[in-house]
Write a protein that binds this ligand. Structure first.
Ligand code: ATP
Ligand code: MG
Length: 284
C-alpha cells in the first residue's frame, strides 16, 4: 500500500505501520532530517482515504493553539446584541456552546472521529514543544478525550491513527514513547533511494539517478554539520533533470551544490572534496 502511494521503506517500518493501525497505537517516528517522517503521515492519510490533521509543534505551543479556543469576538458580539435588545438573563444565549468553540487540531481530530470521519493525526516535531505540552499529550493519547470545563467532555468511540515525529533535538519522555510503537528511520539503502528518486523524478536518466544516490551515500558517511537527506537527493535530481544532465561531472556538481548543503562550513568542505567524491564515487 505504501509503495503504491510512492513511499518506499523497509519491511520493519511497514510492519510497524500495520501494527499501529491494527492495535490502535500511535506511531512514533524519529530520524535524521529529510528521511520521510512527515511524508509517512501524509501518505498514510492519502492511501487510507482519511483526512490528515496536522499539529506542527513549536516552543510555547499551548492548549489554545493545540486543542481549542473560545471565539471571544463572537461571544462579545452576541452579548452586546442581547444587551441592546434588552434581553433578560433568561434569554441570553449560552455563549459557551459548541458554535462559539474554535477547534484546534487535537479537538478537531476527536470531533471528526466522533462524527464518523476517520482521520490521521500528525503531531509533527514534538521535540520542539515544551515538556508541559508533552505531559498534556500523554493524557490525551491514553484516552482520546478532552474535557472543556464550560461544556463537558468530548470523546470519540473510535480513535484517530496518530503519527508523532521528532528530530531528536531533545529526548522525548519515556512515558510518551511507551504508549507508542517506536521506529527510527535511517537513511534509505541505495536500492530504496533509487526507487524513491525514480518514482518522484519521472524521466530521470538511469545512470544519473544511480550516480546521485551513490554520491549521497558517500556524503552521509562524512562528517558534515548537516548531512543531506532524501529531500536533498530529490531537489538535486530535479535540478539536474532540468539542466538536461544524464551523468555527474566535477563542474556540474560544483555548480549545483546549493541543492545539497545549507551552511557555509559544509559548502566549503564539500567544494574542497569534490574531486575526491567524483573520482571515487562510482567505482563502489
Ligand atoms: N521513503 C520515502 N519514500 C518516498 N519519498 C520519501 C521517502 N523519504 C523521504 N521522501 C521524500 O523526501 C522529502 C522529505 O521528507 P519529509 O519531509 O517527510 O522528511 P522529514 O523526515 O519529515 O524531515 P524533517 O525532519 O526535516 O521534517 C519529501 O519530499 C518526501 O517525499
Ligand atoms: Mg518533517
Amino acid at each position: 500500500m505504501l509503495s503504491q502511494s510512492g513511499y518506499y521503506c523497509d519491511d520493519d517500518l511497514a510492519m510497524g505501520v500495520f501494527l499501529a493501525i491494527k492495535l490502535g497505537k500511535p506511531l512514533f517516528l524519529e530520524g535524521e532530517p529529510g528521511v520521510g517522517k512527515t511524508e509517512m503521515a501524509k501518505v498514510l492519510a492519502s492511501s487510507l482515504g482519511r483526512r490528515l490533521i496536522r499539529l506542527q509543534c513549536y516552543e510555547g505551543l499551548d492548549v489554545s493553539t493545540a486543542v481549542y479556543e473560545w471565539n471571544y469576538a463572537k461571544q462579545l458580539l452576541s452579548l452586546k446584541l442581547a444587551g441592546e435588545a434588552g434581553a433578560g438573563p433568561e434569554h441570553l444565549e449560552d455563549v459557551f456552546g459548541p458554535e462559539y468553540l474554535l477547534s484546534r487540531p487535537l479537538l478537531e481530530a476527536i470531533r471528526s472521529e466522533s462524527q464518523g470521519q476517520r482521520v490521521v493525526l500528525l503531531i509533527d516535531e514534538l521535540d520542539r514543544a515544551d515538556e508541559e505540552f508533552e505531559a498534556f499529550l500523554l493524557e490525551l493519547l491514553s484516552d482520546f478525550q478532552v474535557t472543556i470545563p464550560e461544556m463537558g467532555t468530548v470523546a470519540s468511540p473510535t480513535i484517530p491513527l496518530v503519527v508523532l515525529t521528532s528530530n531528536r533535538t531533545r529526548e522525548i519522555h519515556d512515558a510518551i514513547k511507551r504508549r507508542c510503537l517506536y521506529h527510527w528511520i535511517d537513511y534509505p539503502s541505495l536500492e530504496k533511494e533509487l526507487q524513491i528518486v525514480q518514482a518522484k523524478v519521472p524521466g530521470i536518466d538511469q545512470r544519473l539517478a544511480q550516480e546521485i544516490c551513490q554520491l549521497m551515500r558517500r556524503l552521509r558517511q562524512d562528517d558534515y554539520l548537516k548531512r543531506p537527506g532524501v529531500a536533498e537527493s530529490l531537489d538535486w535530481a530535479q535540478a539536474l533533470v532540468l539542466l538536461h544532465r544524464d551523468h555527474l561531472d566535477v563542474d556540474i556538481v560544483r555548480q549545483t551544490k546549493s541543492c545539497l548543503f545549507k551552511n557555509r562550513q559544509d559548502l566549503r568542505r564539500f567544494q574542497d572534496g569534490i574531486a575526491r567524491y567524483i573520482g571515487g564515487a562510482f567505482e563502489e
